[in-house]
Ligand binder design. Structure first.
Ligand code: NAI
Ligand code: AKG
Length: 411
């Protein structure tokens, strides 16, 4: 099942649990706007290269649409649609005043030079600048993009609209970025994991973790989990996978990964087949890379008792069913990785206020939001007698449906 079919399915299940009217269901499902643009740039060698860029704006009932921009070879319309829809539900679970959007360019950023990436980002921004904005749609980083990408978007957008720091979040601090945003998704994953384990009478300390993906989200999650006494026994990224049953030394692995652009070749553990990372023995599995990686091919082999979805839609519905029957508890993406967009919201608020918070305030507020989010999800699980994914979906869909009804449909 592709990402969009899977996301639509989860939405429909939640909608049925809530007893939503079928016409309202249809209006919530269809995206507000889908944008597809051609982006042609001169490469460094003078030849031309054309890429396709997307921005899907899913829903704005609760506020400006919000979501990351992904640079990856597998970016395609259905996945961007699914990710945009997931952002609508994620911002609603977090209870921040946003809707949902997502964008991306089908490209391999590792094969582009910095100046080619800058040209591509600027051309993409030129094509969409009229459709994004501080009160309409606010992009942020996702896979393959980061603070520098946001700086280029900010600069290009500002040429058309005047200096507008709040048009993107996840910016460099020097351009109005928020302290704590870089670590926020990983820190949110830690807070979410702590809440989940506490519910089961456990703590992060002493639990064995496996993490797929060692980019922004995976590396921060690994660092913060290990600082809390969690034992990270295996990690993988695009370059390879590494295992140490006694626990990887995460600060050394971070240094190695920065110097060698990946975890491959790290001497503090044994190399393993990256394909086996998800079925390695552990207590908590943290997928923090691509979508759809947990599926019917591997769901029966997963050893973890808990899965914390740091990536977006890492688990497809068939795997969900298999894992549920096996008693594996899954903390869903739309809650587990909501720390990033929550601190993006704090960044936007700071930009609008023209006032910078210190990092302690950012992290304390993030903990408050994640703790409340977990409680709200659990309350919906009780009300609807459902698992955590449906708890999160019913919470979100109910909030968006209420906002939609209140706004009305008069032309
Ligand atoms: N950056 C953010 O604030 C947020 C990101 N996410 C999600 O978290 C996930 C990771 O995003 P980022 O860390 O930002 O991206 P990133 O680009 O910083 O890192 C991606 C990581 O995944 C690895 N990877 C790529 N393909 C892989 C493969 N086939 N097998 C194993 N590893 C692979 C890369 O080597 C890299 O370590 C994505 O699903 C993203 O949508 C979710 C919420 C917020
Ligand atoms: O920080 C944001 O606005 C969105 C991050 C994102 O794309 C996500 O949560 O998947």
């Amino acid at each position: 099942m592709n990402a969009l079919a899977a996301t639509n399915r989860n939405f429909r299940l939640a909608s049925r649990l809530l007893g939503l009217d079928s016409k309202l269901e249809k209006s919530l499902l269809i995206p507000f706007r889908e944008i597809k643009v051609e982006c042609t740039i001169p490469k460094d060698d003078g030849t031309l290269a054309t890429y396709v860029g997307f921005r899907v704006q899913h829903d704005n009932a609760r506020g400006p649409m919000k979501g990351g921009i992904r640079y990856h070879p597998e970016v395609e319309p259905d996945e961007v649609n699914a990710l945009a829809q997931l952002m609508t539900w994620k911002t609603a679970v977090a209870n921040i005043p946003y809707g949902g959007a997502k964008g991306g360019i089908g490209c391999d950023p590792a094969e582009l030079s910095v100046s080619e990436l800058e040209r591509l980002t600027r051309v993409f921004t030129q094509k969409i600048h009229d459709l994004i904005g501080v009160q309409t749609d606010v992009p942020a980083p996702d896979m393959g993009t980061g603070p520098q990408t946001m700086a280029w978007i900010l600069d290009e957008y500002s040429k058309f609209h005047g200096h507008s720091p709040a048009v993107v979040t996840g910016k460099p601090i020097d351009l109005g970025g928020s302290l704590g945003r870089d670590a926020a998704t990983g820190r949110g994953v830690l807070f979410a994991t702590e809440a989940l384990l506490k519910e089961h009478g456990k703590s992060v300390s002493g639990q064995r973790f496996v993490i797929q993906g060692f980019g922004n989200v995976g590396s921060w999650a690994a660092q913060l989990i290990s600082e809390k006494g969690g034992i990270v026994v295996a990690v993988s990224d695009i370059t390879g996978a590494i295992k140490n049953g006694n626990g990887l030394d995460i600060p050394s692995l971070l240094k190695h990964s920065r110097e060698h652009r990946g975890v491959k070749g790290f001497h503090g553990g044994d190399p393993i087949d990256p394909k086996s990372i998800l079925v390695e023995d552990c207590d908590v599995l943290v997928p923090a890379a691509l979508g759809g990686v947990i599926n019917r091919e591997n769901a029966n082999e997963i050893k973890a008792k808990f899965i914390v979805e740091a990536a977006n839609h890492p688990t497809d519905p068939e795997a969900d069913e298999i894992l549920k029957k096996r008693g594996v508890v899954i903390l869903p993406d739309i809650f587990a990785n909501s720390g990033g967009v929550t601190v993006s919201y704090f960044e936007w608020v700071q930009n609008i206020q023209g006032f910078m918070w210190d990092e302690e305030k950012v992290n304390n507020e993030l903990r408050t939001y994640m703790t409340k989010g977990f409680k709200d999800v659990k309350d919906m699980c009780k009300t609807h007698n459902c698992d955590l994914r449906m708890g999160a979906f019913t919470l979100a869909v109910n909030r968006v449906a209420r906002a939609t009804i209140l706004r009305g449909w008069e032309a």
